[in-house]
Design a binder for this molecule. Structure first.
Ligand SMILES: O=P(O)(O)OC[C@H]1O[C@@H](O)[C@H](O)[C@@H](O)[C@@H]1O
Length: 292
């Protein structure tokens, strides 16, 4: 069976060998293994060995789902929400198997408002998350439905992808010429000011927390001997994050863990989406292993 359920997680298995593991907590992808050139399965995502996988806190690694706010809440509808919203902290349900054949295997998860969510976000909505595993590719689609009859649903959404890569050698492109917020700037004014990216290839050899606005939607993440393409559909912005030594302040980060990943996070985080009653919005990320 290419779709296996094990207690609190689902494992999809592609006939050619790749696997993906999705924890129901947060619908967080915690592993995506694809064979390397020698045929050995390699995890393409980073998960800290100190990450909690028991539903007590968001997973430090993999692909957490960020909804309905990115970072600290700023919109009036989001005032009671925690950093990065609630989607990564709630237990989702398996909904259906969408596809299961030679081309790939695809499963849909659902999150409906529960009492905990309603206490902090009293809105009518439903989320679906579709995870599709192909031979060299992993697609993750977030569907946001505004189930209200008359209220707008205002949100941000982002897929917080931790790509396993050597942080001292990885580069991300093309970002040159894009406007971005530098969240490492010590002052609120500095963080609010849009800067322009001058580099043809962005590295993360120093503490990096950059929110690029209106990106091209396709990003090459490469390092000697490996690479990944990150494609975003309807997720206009992209965050590049690596804490470097600041990572010691992160309780669930393994020792020197920041040396082993770069976060490239497609999202709609510059401004908000205001979804009309009865409408659905879909944002998609497609990760493709290029080499290694
Ligand atoms: O520690 P968290 O809540 O998972 O967030 C990790 C990082 O997530 C990134 O997306 C943010 O831009 C950073 O500012 C933040 O530090």
């Amino acid at each position: 069976m290419p779709v296996n359920q094990e207690q609190d997680k689902y494992i999809l298995i592609h006939p050619k060998g790749p696997t993906v593991t999705i924890l129901l907590y947060g619908a967080t992808i915690t592993s995506w293994k694809v064979p390397d050139n020698s045929g050995t399965l390699q995890d393409r995502l980073f998960v800290s060995s100190k990450a909690k996988l028991d539903g007590t806190q968001p997973v430090r690694g993999g692909i957490p789902v960020v909804f309905p706010c990115f970072g600290a809440p700023v919109h009036p509808d989001h005032q009671k929400l925690p950093q990065h919203g609630f989607a990564r902290k709630e237990t989702w349900s398996y909904d259906s198997t969408v596809m299961d054949n030679e081309a790939g295997v695809s499963v849909r998860f659902v999150l409906n408002p529960n009492e905990t969510i309603q206490a902090v976000f009293p809105k009518a909505f439903r989320l679906f998350y579709v995870v599709t595993l192909a031979e060299h590719q992993l697609s993750t689609d977030i569907h946001v439905e505004n189930t209200s009859q008359n209220d707008l649903l205002t949100f941000q959404a982002l897929l917080h992808t931790y790509i396993r890569a050597p942080a001292d050698q990885v580069i991300v492109a093309p970002l040159q010429g894009l406007k971005f917020h530098d969240k490492t700037d010590p002052t609120p004014e500095g963080r609010a000011t849009l800067q322009e990216e001058s580099r043809s290839a962005v590295d993360v050899r120093k503490f990096t927390d950059s929110v690029y606005i209106d990106g091209p939607g396709k990003y090459d993440v490469s390092w000697p001997g490996g690479g990944m393409e990150v494609k975003a559909v309807n997720l206009k912005d992209v965050v590049v994050w690596n804490p470097q030594e600041e990572g010691v302040k992160i309780g669930d980060m393994e020792s020197d863990g920041w040396k082993r990943y770069v976060c490239v996070e497609p999202g709609h985080v510059g401004g908000f989406i205001s979804l009309e009653p009865g409408k659905t919005w879909i944002g998609q990320q497609v990760l493709t292993v290029k080499s290694g």
